[in-house]
Design a protein around this ligand. Sequence first.
Ligand code: COA
Length: 459
Amino acid sequence: MAKASVEVVDRILNARSVAVVGASANPGKWGYMFLDNILKGGYGGSLCGINPRERSILGVPIYPSVMDIPGDIDLLVVCVPVEMVPDVIEQGIRKRAAGAALITSGYREKGRADLEEDLRKRIEGRNFRIIGPNIAGINYLPNRLQANVTKSFRTRGPIGIVSQSGSVSAILAEWAEEEGIGISGLINLGNQVDLCETDFIEFFSADPSTKVISLYLEGPKNGKAFTEILRVLPMLKPIVVMKPGKTAGGRRAALSHTASMAGDDAVFGAACEQFGLVRASDLESFYDYTKIFALMPLPEGNKVGVVSSSGGIASIVVDDLESSGLALPPIPGTIVEELRLRMNVPGANFEANPIDMPSLGPDNYRRVMEILEPWDRCDMYLFVFADPIPGIEEVMDEIARTCGKPLAVIYVGGGDEGKRGMAEMLKRGIPVYPTPERAVRSLAKLAWYGNYRRDGRDA
Ligand code: COA
């Protein structure tokens, strides 16, 4: 792993002092929103703003220029128009700042590659690094740094997001926030005039606060460097990747968004298979896969034990499991016998996997697992709750902790109790999905990646 990249990014994300350049008292301006969001995020370092006319905004001290900041400054968050940027960068270099998050747009994506070339030359060999330009911001929650135009993401969690789209990263972070899972960091790459996706993937791979990396990429900045890191990093942590450009229209759109060359989709798909990248084809699965990797350990194999309160949903689950390459090990006669003897649930069918148990009592699910789990033939479990089951969250929490294997829950048709239970389970770190398809797809990716990690890339 390139130590240099990790150190450079670390200096920026763990900045002890931040200046918002272009800070404004006008709530409709980017320079106001950044200041406000950094404050609301609870940043603990020293914060100031730069504006030629103001002296204080939102209680934050404002200086006329970067050179006027008393003391050292680590990070500039730059939101002034494009023509003012070179001067700001020069001042940042002279102040020995670590770098800038350059929010400003109007570069290569608007046909002004020359302006990017100017920036590149300006910082060359001068120990000053740029994230962007053309970005929505950067967040790193271990440093309580929320330099993003989107509202603060308060929940600190295990997801590190690296994205060429501000909107895609915001959606992912918002869903993670809503489900109480949270993020460790969020990096918008923009046009990648300097620091690029490989630097941040390397950083998050080494970051103890990050368990899974979610990468939205329109096209790698440097294909060779990207391939180099893929030889090593996906073996350390799961990287879930989404890349548009399946169609010619999608590739054209990526080109005009961040001037990225999306490349051949089939080639990228093959690279994902070869290097162990978990590929998502839409936003929903991008989040779903990220979620299961964030919350669950990797399974030892592909065998799934299913316990369901609904025979109907269980049938859908079986179709999905079988078409996803997951296996349903049959339950041996001795276990079936024990289940019949010890469980008292009218209408239950213990003969097969899925176990069909129309029970509204959470304790029955605990008891089933006490009998099933010592058999130890399942690598993971899928629970289907298709009725309101009050108190199920406590039992699922206990099951997840005691069995130590990955599991997922489908909770549907439970009305208000179902919604409450779903939120409670998510709070306890149990991945709950609202449809069989989404849960099964996620388990299948977990098993695929687990297999990749165990058997290496020749699997
Ligand atoms: N240093 C510091 N502040 C300066 C300055 C300087 N040299 N010169 C001017 N300012 C102040 C301005 O006076 C203004 O403050 P005010 O409201 O008190 O007047 C503030 O900086 C911002 O400048 P302004 O000219 O009002 O710019 P703006 O807010 O309209 O636009 C950007 C600035 C960066 C937001 C805009 O140029 C831009 O790039 N927008 C698109 C951003 C984008 O889409 N990014 C990608 C997202 S995915």
